[in-house]
Design a protein. Structure first.
Length: 161
């Protein structure tokens, strides 16, 4: 996977290429102050990014300002009231705070989706159909497995003739 992010002293920047001016343009994100830089080569771009951060920190020190830190660990989200209610009720059912519930949901979104295998189950229309998600067939086990080969990490696709 290609990474177009730069990191220096805990600050991060995104990079884009400006074809019109034939330069790379970078922007520091995650802070309220606006920090931008550019370069005509990757090496120059990295040098300018580091210089941008160093100049920012030096200026903040000179004027007595605390430099912005990115990602303070808090953020506001805007969701429909009904979704807010559902999330709060579900958090209460799980005996956790709404913050813990949201953090859990975000963590689950980061889980690797590459390890999920796809299973196609062909079921002819002329045969009895069953709920395959709750059914465990003894033939799915083998002498090499204590448990069925079936896994909830599978994506199921049902097909018929």
């Amino acid at each position: 996977m290609m990474n177009s992010m730069l990191e220096y002293k805990g600050y991060h920047a995104s990079v884009e290429y400006d074809a019109e001016d034939n330069i790379f343009v970078g922007e520091v994100f995650g802070i309220t102050d606006s920090l931008n830089f550019h370069g005509t080569s990757v090496t120059e771009l990295k040098e300018m990014f580091e210089q941008c951060i160093d100049n920012y920190l030096e200026l903040c020190e000179k004027i007595g300002k605390n430099p912005d830190k990115e990602f303070k660990g808090t953020f506001n989200i805007r969701i429909p009231p009904e979704m807010h209610k559902k999330a709060a009720l579900e958090a209460a059912k799980q005996k956790i705070t709404l913050n813990q519930y949201v953090m859990k949901a975000i963590n689950q979104s980061f889980e690797s989706k590459e390890n999920i295998k796809e299973t196609v189950i062909y079921i002819p229309y002329g045969k009895k159909q069953m709920n395959w998600e709750s059914y465990v067939d003894a033939s799915l086990t083998s002498m090499y497995h204590d448990k069925p080969i079936w896994s909830k990490k599978e994506s199921l696709i049902y097909a018929g003739n």
